[in-house]
Design a protein around this ligand. Structure first.
Ligand code: FES
Ligand code: FES
Length: 185
């Protein structure tokens, strides 16, 4: 006697897929619910708590990580769509022997945080922004006279603009800009 339950089981779409993410240099293959976002997989499945959940709507940048070298808001990324991608979180930035990445060191030296909640996202975002400028990607404040594709020099206005998607409720912005300046000098 076929029940609704039986038919539902037979026709229900598969909601899980094996997905391999390479996170901070290590491969992880997980059975991922198609509805889950990268931020939750990083935090809840891989115990990487660096990326933070601020707004969960792509508006604050607290969850910023690098995916194949590009900075992205992990709260908006379906993990299943990232099969085979290289993900870098703030935990992956320190070198061997726990030597801090220069940007992490600069944030400490410049006292560029208060509560620290936004800091992992700020640091990942700054790394992405520096790479984007070096690759010649213009921002809203880039001088139109800069030849297309030429590296863009990151002055204060450029740093502010390029990090404007990363909010800091403590208002540590001036020190954050100084920390980024220290690293690109
Ligand atoms: S938590 Fe992702 S942008 Fe705010
Ligand atoms: S240091 Fe507290 S939110 Fe930025």
């Amino acid at each position: 006697m076929g029940s609704h339950e039986d038919r539902d089981d037979e026709t229900a779409p598969c909601r899980f897929s094996d997905t391999t993410l390479r996170v901070n240099g290590k491969p992880h293959t997980l059975s991922v619910d198609h509805r889950r976002v990268l931020l939750d997989v990083l935090r809840e499945d891989l115990d990487l708590w660096g990326a933070k959940k601020g707004c969960d709507h792509g508006q604050c940048g607290a969850c910023t990580v690098l995916v194949d070298g590009r900075r992205l808001n992990s709260c908006l990324l379906l993990a299943v769509a990232l099969d085979g991608c290289e993900v870098t979180t703030v935990e992956g930035l320190a070198g061997d022997g726990e030597e801090l990445h220069p940007l992490q060191r600069a944030f400490l030296d410049r006292d560029a945080f208060q509560c620290g909640y936004c800091t992992p996202g700020q640091i990942c975002s700054a790394l992405g922004a520096v790479a984007e400028a070096a690759a010649g990607h213009p921002s809203h404040v880039t001088d139109p006279a800069v030849p297309s594709g030429e590296p863009v020099r990151l002055d204060r206005a450029e740093i502010r603009e390029r990090l404007s998607g990363n909010l800091c409720r403590c208002g540590a912005y001036p020190r954050i800009v100084e920390a980024v300046e220290d690293v690109i000098r």
